[in-house]
Design a protein around this ligand. Structure first.
Ligand code: SF4
Length: 186
């Protein structure tokens, strides 16, 4: 299985649960949505640390920024959890599925369903559609279930992994800063 990894904390519980069922995934870090550059490196290094700690194989694809931006450009005016995010997720899953198919993996999946802020139903529906189009299998998941998110927090703490406080793109960073400013002014 090729497992798309959005960040190290979300990957912890996903890998733990896959290993419980006998699946040894190869991790795939493709996230051109993460901005700015320093934040991208910080999140990537956290994934590298996880892979070293747990003896996992990792594939990193750094290109794709322009294609990603093209996929969300028409929806930049919309907020988080809108079509903007749908297209951002679709883009990352398509690239994962294409890579998986080209390299001979049977299945792909994503750690995006660990986050309570992400809609697993939508993610799984996108994954299934892409899988059908590309002739590969997608494994639906909802890693946040059965206290999955709490488990990811616990494992990240134990491993000393960096945990971000915004989704990834500059828009989500601005949205987070606005929310924080509002909270502090009250
Ligand atoms: S908020 Fe997250 S999912 Fe939505 S567009 Fe930005 S990086 Fe992508």
């Amino acid at each position: 299985m090729l497992l798309h990894v959005c960040c190290a904390p979300d990957a912890t519980v996903a890998v733990e649960r896959l290993r419980e069922t006998g699946i040894e995934p190869v991790l795939f870090f493709y996230n051109p949505n993460i901005e700015p550059e320093e934040e991208y490196e910080r999140r990537l290094q956290a994934v590298v640390k996880l892979c070293e700690s747990w003896d996992l194989k990792l594939v990193v694809v750094k290109k794709g920024k322009e294609d990603w931006f093209r996929s969300i450009a028409d929806f930049l005016h919309l907020g988080e959890k809108s079509r903007r995010c749908e297209e951002c997720i679709r883009h990352r899953l398509i690239v994962t599925a294409q890579f998986a198919r080209d390299k001979g993996f049977e299945t792909f999946a994503t750690t995006l369903t660990t986050s309570p802020r992400k809609d697993a139903k939508l993610i799984n529906s996108l994954g299934n559609k892409i899988a059908k189009q590309l002739g590969i299998l997608y494994m639906p998941s909802d890693f946040k279930k059965r206290n999955g998110f709490l488990r990811s927090v616990q494992l990240s703490r134990e491993l000393g992994l960096y945990r971000q406080n915004y989704c990834g793109c500059l828009k989500s960073l601005q949205e987070r800063m606005k929310k924080d400013a509002l909270r502090h002014s009250q």
